[in-house]
Design a protein around this ligand. Structure first.
Ligand code: AMP
Length: 426
């Protein structure tokens, strides 16, 4: 199917062509015609599926139908959980609206409001915002939502995780009842379903990936290793694999800083990105990573949310997230828009319960490997119980398919024959 067949007008097709897209992604195929029909949408889609164009393109078409009003009230509001995602969505909106008479801007916290207010005062048709700064500026009288026709909640699950539910409800209460609502979420918890029920009118459900499953093209590997040897192992993997553009997740901000410093010491260019960093430091680190000046970006979940890094080949979970849904978000950074990628998790004994939680969410078992020279000294800790005694017995009992064996015995890319993955597993 072509973009033209989706019903998009010529000026938008021109912008799409300029951007270099030739065919719509599955979410675009499903969402664009329905949004154009004016329907509410409940979309299951993570970053990397092309969802931003999926809602922005039809939104621009709808907005551009009406004549431009002198004072340009805000007619479409896109809410996102993080500043980074907001900035990226705004970049996309600007790109796709190049040939439209449509003005857009972005507002988020962590920077002074003056410049944002100045742009708002000139009038914008589309506003991309994080909930906190939006409410702040509404309360100060700089923004009115009285003319909003289209509301997009992007990465709604993450907004709820970040405690924005009350803010979102407040924002919604300031808009006209009659409007089109588009809700995008990578996962569907009870809270999201309840928000969707209260917000959406007779919605069309569209799915880019099956609910709560990981992108099909992402190869998932779990490596068991002692916590204290993780740094040494990750450096070895990145260094010997000659990996560039690696996104590494840690659970804490300090952990992210520490790891980035250790990588630098090991002569791997790295930067950390987390909530304690200033907006400009985060933007700078991301730009350096995208340009290839920095090979490794170490991030916490919140900071990494929504980062748009096309064709990211490697994601490493230095620590597993304690919320299983975050695992889905994290590995959604790789295998993007049709490209394959690898998500690797370094799992220590105390994280075994997290693996269980993730497996339950995914509805599949994640096989684990052990790297020679990095054999864990501790067995998995489950509810405080160590199960080391069972390890060798279990390994003899489990039949392995050839595919699994091949995967485990595979060398890291570009490496001589050393350090094969051993055949040991728990
Ligand atoms: P998103 O899921 O919106 O963050 O998009 C992920 C990436 O896919 C971005 O880098 C987009 O520029 C890119 N993208 C979006 N739509 C397409 C398309 N139809 N063909 C190729 N790349 C696309």
């Amino acid at each position: 199917m072509s973009f033209k067949e989706l019903g998009l007008k010529d000026s938008l097709l021109k912008a799409i062509e300029k951007k270099g897209y030739t065919t719509p992604t599955p979410i675009q195929e499903k969402a664009v015609p329905r949004v154009l029909e004016g329907r509410d949408i409940l979309a299951s889609a993570q970053t990397g599926t092309g969802k931003t164009a999926g809602f922005t393109l039809p939104m621009l078409q709808i907005l551009s139908k009406a004549p431009v009003r002198k004072h340009r009230p805000i007619r479409a509001l896109i809410l996102t959980p993080t500043r980074e995602l907001a900035a990226q969505v705004q970049d996309d909106v600007r790109t796709y609206s190049e040939f439209e008479d449509i003005r857009s801007t972005v507002i988020f916290g962590g920077v002074k409001q003056h410049a944002q207010v100045k742009v708002l005062q000139k009038g914008v048709d589309i506003l991309v915002a994080t909930p906190g700064r939006l409410l702040d500026l509404i309360n100060q009288g700089f923004i009115s939502l009285a003319k909003v026709e289209i509301l997009v909640l992007d990465e709604a699950d993450r907004m709820l995780d970040m405690g924005f539910l009350r803010d979102i409800k407040k924002v919604i209460s300031m808009m006209p009842q009659k409007r089109q609502n588009l809700l995008f979420s990578a996962t569907f918890s009870r809270e999201i379903k309840s928000l969707a029920t209260s917000l959406l009118r007779n919605p069309v459900s569209v799915e880019a990936t099956p609910e709560n499953t990981t992108a099909e093209l992402v190869k998932q590997r779990v490596i068991r290793v002692d916590q204290k040897r993780k740094t040494e192992l990750i450096i070895k993997i990145i260094w010997e694999g000659n990996w560039h553009q690696v996104l590494v997740f840690t659970r804490t901000k300090h952990g992210a800083n520490r790891l980035a410093q250790k990588m630098e010491k090991a002569k791997i260019t790295a930067a950390a990105i987390h909530g304690n960093k200033s907006q400009s430091a985060r933007t700078k680190a991301l730009a350096a990573f995208k340009k290839g000046d920095v090979s490794v970006l170490v991030a916490t979940d919140i900071a990494a949310r929504g980062l748009d890094i096309p064709l990211l080949p490697h994601v490493i979970n230095f620590e597993l997230p304690n919320v299983p849904e975050d695992y889905v978000h994290r590995i959604g950074r790789t295998g993007r828009a049709g490209a394959s990628g690898e998500a690797l998790s370094l799992v220590s004994a105390d994280e075994h319960d997290y693996v269980r939680g993730i497996e339950k969410l995914l509805g599949m078992k994640l096989d684990s490997e052990i790297i020679e020279g990095f054999e864990p000294t501790k067995g998995p800790v489950e509810g405080g119980k160590k199960r080391m005694q069972n390890r060798s017995r279990n390994s003899n009992q489990r039949p392995h398919s050839n595919k699994q064996k091949n995967r485990r015995n595979r060398n890291y890319r570009g490496r001589p024959n050393s350090n094969r993955n051993s055949d040991k597993r728990n």
